[in-house]
Design a protein around this ligand. Structure first.
Ligand SMILES: O=C(O)CNC(=O)[C@H](CS)NC(=O)CCC(=O)C(=O)O
Length: 275
């Protein structure tokens, strides 16, 4: 049994302030005995517009933000997963990435968001992530951590059960959805999607979240969550808490094994494709 910490933060376009918030939470997670701490999508910054987002992006190998996070992870001997923007090989386009940082090794995995959020909702948000971002082209093998094998997805990937099933089939015990959900879609869909993915994949789900107001034009739903493989929400960030903080849960890999044994989900691949 090991302790996991999942963060909720309110990133702005001030990278240094965002780094300070994350570093303080890394220190707090470690001091409370967590083995790994998980941060949301776009922890490095949430920009006012896509040109500012492009301007602020740095390759992880030369990002002051990432350097500080790696140093803090090392100092406190704690694994860190964190969402950042990185430049892509396409002109004027970013990658939306989730980095896995191991205390003594630095960045060991960089997952790039595969499904981009292009929506136009009546009386709701209009967001075209593909204006500024290119999609990633790979689902990466789950990475061994002190909590179990962690499979990476990001935010809007949550709406694609195939992605979660693929990660489970690749060996994931835990699937992570670092997110910045909109308030409208979050209120309607966030918890039910996370619990559904836990049940589909019979895995723990960690959903670190951006919450609150980033700037005058943009706010996120928050409600960072940890769901167990039985579909129970075992931790959820409270709206009443401060803008930046942590939720914790003890992770028991036995539960993953038991749920998969109690309810075997044997596929009918004569009726639909293997994922
Ligand atoms: O813009 C950045 O810098 C970081 N990226 C995001 O916040 C992304 C793209 S706009 N947000 C989502 O995917 C929300 C998904 C969502 O809300 C849903 O599926 O309902």
């Amino acid at each position: 049994m090991s302790l996991a910490a999942v963060a909720q933060i309110t990133s702005t376009s001030n990278i240094l302030k965002n780094a300070k918030i994350c570093k303080d939470l890394i220190a707090e997670a470690a001091s409370k005995g967590a083995k790994c701490v998980f941060f949301p999508e776009a922890s490095d910054y949430i920009a006012h517009n896509s040109s500012e987002a492009l301007e602020l992006s740095r390759h992880p190998d030369c990002s002051a933000f990432v350097k500080q996070i790696c140093a803090e992870a090392k100092q406190h001997s704690i694994y860190v997963q964190i969402g950042v923007h990185e430049p892509s090989s396409f002109e004027n386009k970013l990658l939306n990435s989730s980095l896995l940082i191991v205390p003594d090794k630095g960045i060991v995995q960089r997952y790039n968001k595969a499904h981009l959020f292009d929506v136009d909702i009546a009386n709701g948000p209009v967001l075209k992530e593909s204006n500024s971002t290119v999609p990633g082209n790979a689902i990466l093998p789950p990475f061994e951590t002190p909590l179990g094998k962690v499979g990476s997805a990001i935010c809007f990937d949550l709406r694609f059960p195939e992605h979660a099933l693929k990660l489970r089939n690749m060996g994931a015990d835990i699937i992570t959805y670092p997110s910045a959900f909109t308030q409208k879609t979050g209120a309607a869909h966030w918890e039910v999607l996370l619990r559904a993915r836990a049940l589909d994949a019979q895995s723990y789900i960690f959903a670190a979240a951006q919450g609150g107001s980033h700037n005058e034009k943009r706010a996120s739903y928050g409600h960072a969550m940890i769901v167990d493989p039985w579909g129970t929400t075992i931790a959820q960030y409270s709206d009443l808490a401060s803008p930046n903080g942590l939720i914790f849960a003890n992770i028991e890999l036995n539960l993953v094994e038991h749920v998969r044994k109690f309810i075997p989900l044997l596929r009918r691949n004569d009726l639909y494709p293997v994922i």
